[in-house]
Design a protein around this ligand. Structure first.
Ligand code: X2X
Length: 345
């Protein structure tokens, strides 16, 4: 009887100690020496700063058990950013901070953020990503071999070109504009009378510099960090037609190979890095702080801010594209998004 008691006590003690032993054992045996994190843009772009910060926080919060290395420039998919999601599903990429634009060829619902003039401001963007629509999209992604953890931000995409100031759809006529992502972008710029052409970010820079294309669209932060004024982009129009959020994700198999404790550490790191990244992405482009816009003007760029009436002309010209793509994205999802935007705080 006494020895049975001792045996039970021994077992209880083992049960208390073993999980730690097993977890550490698993870390040594099953964890990879390096986890590959994909981004399109590296430092000093906000996107790259966010990816790097996530890697840093993961290391810190897992006491070095999970070692993440960032591969910017879509290097893990040879620069072809629209292949990133497929590579992520296949496990060629372990983690990513990816743009909804680049994943939309595989996940048609992510075209939502590319519907012209759906989101009037940052609050509208937050209402989508932080509300029921964001949750629905994360639930959807969770069925596609990835674990989505947090929303970051590339930002509102403003149009620039080397030829002339754009104030009306007529001003876009005939301009060769580089776009990326799904054919939605081809439809939008075609509706505006421009001549859109699809290419990766890696190809866009030489194309701008040689004049093979006249213009492009990207957030102001990308315009500055990418030094686009030095590539002949002398006209920038703030029209806020679409905005692309970023999504912090982990491949599901990789996620499942981690202990519960490490999963929560990676999640917390993503949430923190994403919040910091969004703040960086919004710096210098608001009415309160327009330092980035001043910086651009000082580089000899003509910055045009559309009036609400001028913006309306672009919205009208792209309404048919919105309606067409709303059907592809899913009318219920689009309706839910419109409601969230209308009720934003
Ligand atoms: O290629 C772009 O324009 C970029 C960097 O903004 C994206 O990856 C969507």
């Amino acid at each position: 009887m006494k020895s049975m008691k001792a045996l039970f006590a021994g077992l209880a003690l083992a049960a208390m100690v073993l999980p730690g032993v097993v977890a550490n054992g698993a870390a040594a045996a099953d964890y990879k020496a390096e986890y590959k994190l994909s981004t399109v843009l590296g430092k000093p772009f906000p996107w790259g700063i966010g990816g790097d910060r996530w890697a840093e926080l993961v290391k810190e919060k897992t006491n070095g058990r999970i070692n993440v290395k960032m591969y910017p420039g879509s290097a893990l998919v040879n620069g072809d950013q629209t292949k990133e999601f497929t590579a992520l599903r296949q496990g060629v990429i372990d983690m990513a901070v990816g743009s909804t634009i680049n994943w939309s060829p595989q996940v048609k619902e992510l075209n939502l953020f590319s519907l012209p003039f759906l989101m009037p401001d940052h609050k509208a963007m937050d209402a989508l990503t932080q509300g029921p629509v964001g949750k629905q999209l994360f639930d959807l992604l969770a069925t596609k071999d990835v674990v989505p953890l947090a929303w970051g931000e590339n930002g509102f995409r403003e149009v620039s070109n080397s030829k002339r100031a754009i104030r009306t759809p007529e001003d876009l006529k005939g301009l060769k504009i580089r776009v990326v992502g799904s054919p939605l972008y081809l439809d939008t710029f075609t509706a505006l009378g421009a001549n859109p052409t699809q290419m990766s970010w890696a190809d866009a820079q030489p194309a701008l510099s040689t004049g093979a294309v006249d213009g492009q669209e990207n957030p102001v932060g990308v315009f500055v960090a990418g030094k686009l004024p030095t590539l002949g982009q002398k006209h920038l129009t703030l029209w806020g037609y679409v905005a692309d959020p970023l999504i912090f994700v982990v491949n599901k198999e990789v996620w499942n190979s981690w202990s519960k404790e490490d999963q929560e550490a990676v999640r917390a790191a993503a949430v923190q890095a994403a919040a910091e990244e969004v703040a960086i992405a919004r710096k210098g482009i608001t009415a309160q702080d327009d330092s980035l816009l001043k910086d651009i003007a000082a580089q000899g760029v003509e910055v045009v801010q559309l009036t609400p009436e001028q913006q309306k002309a672009f919205q009208k010209a792209t309404q048919a594209v919105y309606d067409k793509w709303a059907k592809t994205i899913g009318p219920d999802l689009v309706k839910a998004a419109e409601t969230s935007v209308a009720n934003r705080k």
